[in-house]
Design a protein around this ligand. Structure first.
Ligand SMILES: Nc1ncnc2c1ncn2[C@@H]1O[C@H](COP(=O)(O)OP(=O)(O)OP(=O)(O)O)[C@@H](O)[C@H]1O
Ligand SMILES: [Mg+2]
Length: 225
């Protein structure tokens, strides 16, 4: 069976003026459809860099990336953003919701770049807010919600285009213990009902244990074996 994701020899070197900062030095990684993978590693080890490459937000310096067997390592920007919108949902530590919009409008946002009618966008956004337990707060602004509720909105937004892969960078990093537990439960429930592949960066071994079918560690720019 073709892996959902297959990285081979991925490198990433950032340039700062004349300086080169090597971050990834040859990452090999296969992830199957529906699998949940936790990524750990010390601060600065390249976890977010790897997640950005996986999500087609950033291009590797070299190496191969096959998504369902299709080479996406070095696509032109337009093609890359199509693959990105169709395939991935993103959840970040700091939520990244737009303050000036209601929460239902925030959830609709990713669909504006797809071919979904406005009526269907609203329908789908309301359905997703229901799924994450915020069906009663759809007209509120993000500033009126708690951190845990904001992260629920961000998760609903990430699911808007029915991604096959959810990428989360420290999704519980900004939350208190109670909200953390609730977000872990929500992600577990989403995986059980939608079968979404999940790749979760975390510093917290409990999060990795709870959400990951396996945990990989980044060290010296590689996946530890
Ligand atoms: N755009 C950039 N330009 C230059 N250097 C960068 C850039 N992004 C990241 N880096 C450097 O790459 C290294 C890896 O960064 P990255 O954000 O991937 O680490 P991380 O493992 O996610 O760390 P943390 O756990 O603190 O979030 C760091 O040394 C960082 O300073
Ligand atoms: Mg990071």
């Amino acid at each position: 069976m073709t892996a959902h994701i297959a990285l081979t020899g991925i490198t990433k070197t950032y340039r700062r003026g004349a300086d080169e900062v090597p971050v990834l030095n040859g990452v090999d990684l296969e992830i199957q459809r529906g699998e949940r993978v936790a990524i750990m590693g010390r601060s600065g080890s390249g976890k977010s860099t790897l997640l950005n490459i996986l999500g087609c937000l950033d291009e590797p310096s070299s190496g191969g990336y096959l998504l369902d067997g299709v080479d996406v390592a070095h696509l032109p920007d337009d093609d890359l953003s199509k693959v990105r919108n169709r395939t991935f949902g993103f959840v970040f530590q700091a939520f990244h919701l737009l303050k000036g919009m209601t929460i239902v409008e925030n959830v609709e946002l990713p669909m504006e770049y797809s071919n979904v009618s406005e009526k269907d966008q609203r329908h789908r956004a309301l359905e997703l807010l229901e799924l994450v337990g915020l069906g009663h707060r759809v007209s509120h602004r993000p500033s009126e919600l708690s951190g845990g509720e904001r992260q629920r909105v961000a998760i609903a937004r990430a699911l808007a285009n029915r991604p096959s892969i959810l990428l989360a960078d420290e999704p519980t990093g900004a939350l208190d213990t109670r909200a953390q537990v609730a977000i872990l439960e929500l992600l577990t429930q989403i995986h059980a009902s939608l079968g979404t592949t999940m790749i979760i960066v975390t510093h917290d071994p409990k999060v990795a244990e709870e959400l990951g079918d396996r945990t990989i560690r980044i060290s010296d720019g590689r996946v530890e074996t």
